[in-house]
Design a protein around this ligand. Structure first.
Ligand code: FAD
Ligand code: FES
Length: 262
């Protein structure tokens, strides 16, 4: 874990409320693994006090990329940064998705809903580099909610899109699209990130088809490093069902360990 108070914003792009940042922060970039996140201090002053958690969208020797949707005060402040601005961030944090050389030749379905697509680009690249046959399912309410389509296409990653309103790709929920594909081809693993309702439905689908699945959970985080208990989620542990700090033990958990809220 690195505390970089002098990370530098190299580039910022946006599609409506969705923003993509390229940040020079070599130490964080070199350490990062898919599914990990950073805690970003969004303002220059004391307000907002708490850092905001954002998944590492991609990483390399020079730094990291982030992809986020403006959803409140903190992300709105972050969206107004300019290239050359300095950023204060801590990371990489948490435990990410399972990526190993033993997965060579296997098939993985990656499922992202809306801003939940953020960690799946890095994951798709790392799995692809290990010879895993990867298909990304990218769902949103409408066409404007799936702005990273071209990025996946250009990277040569197999992409299947869905929109709830039918404005692009499969018309319906991304879980329905995954369900159709599961009836044809069974992957060895599913990795997912998105709204709780999407992930809960996907967990049921994966269990029905007997496919192991991993989910990146979201929670409001106060510290990101296990100190505040702000991020707890009910997770099955060896000792039973318990409230677990997802910043420390997660945010990625195997489906069978997650107790989804009713
Ligand atoms: C590990 C992790 C990784 C994340 N990665 C990304 C990412 O890559 N891209 C992205 O767009 N978002 C991501 N999020 C969600 C992001 O952290 C929140 O959207 C952000 O903190 C909201 O801050 P804000 O100040 O803009 O909104 P606030 O003003 O704090 O809140 C606005 C609304 O969002 C809700 N909210 C606040 N924090 C969260 C949260 N953590 N999860 C769900 N709802 C929240 C609030 O209850 C409120 O309704 C991630 C969250 C976690 C825990
Ligand atoms: S965010 Fe503070 S303990 Fe997890």
């Amino acid at each position: 874990m690195t505390i970089d108070r002098n990370a530098r914003l190299r580039d910022i792009r946006n599609w409506g409320d969705y923003f993509h940042l390229t940040i020079d922060t070599p130490d964080v970039g070199r350490e990062a693994r898919p599914g990990q996140f950073v805690m970003v201090k969004v303002g220059d002053g004391p307000i907002p006090l708490l850092r905001r958690p954002l998944s590492i969208h991609d990483a390399g020797k020079d730094g990291i990329e982030l992809f986020f949707k403006v959803s409140g005060q903190g992300t709105e402040i972050l969206s107004r940064k300019k290239p050359g601005d300095s950023l204060d961030l801590i990371g990489p944090l948490g435990k990410g998705f399972t990526v190993s050389d033993a997965m060579k030749g296997k098939r993985a379905h990656l499922v992202g809903g809306g801003r939940g697509i953020a960690p799946l680009f890095f994951l798709a690249r790392e799995l692809g580099a290990r010879g895993v046959r990867t298909a990304v399912f990218y769902g949103g309410r409408r066409l404007a909610d799936i702005p990273l389509r071209d990025k996946f296409d250009k990277a040569g990653i197999e992409l299947l899109c869905s929109t709830d309103d039918g404005s692009f790709g499969f018309a319906g929920l991304v879980t329905e699209l995954v369900g159709r594909e599961l009836a044809k081809t069974k992957p060895d693993i599913i990795h997912a990130c998105g709204p709780d309702a999407m992930m809960k439905a996907l967990a049921a689908l994966a269990a029905k088809h007997g496919v192991p699945a991993e989910f990146s959970l979201e929670s409001i985080m106060g510290c990101g490093i296990g100190a505040c208990w702000g991020c707890v989620h009910r997770i099955r542990n060896e000792s039973g069902d318990g409230w677990t700090k997802i910043c420390e033990e997660g945010p990625v958990f195997p489906g069978e360990r997650i107790l989804w809220p009713e």
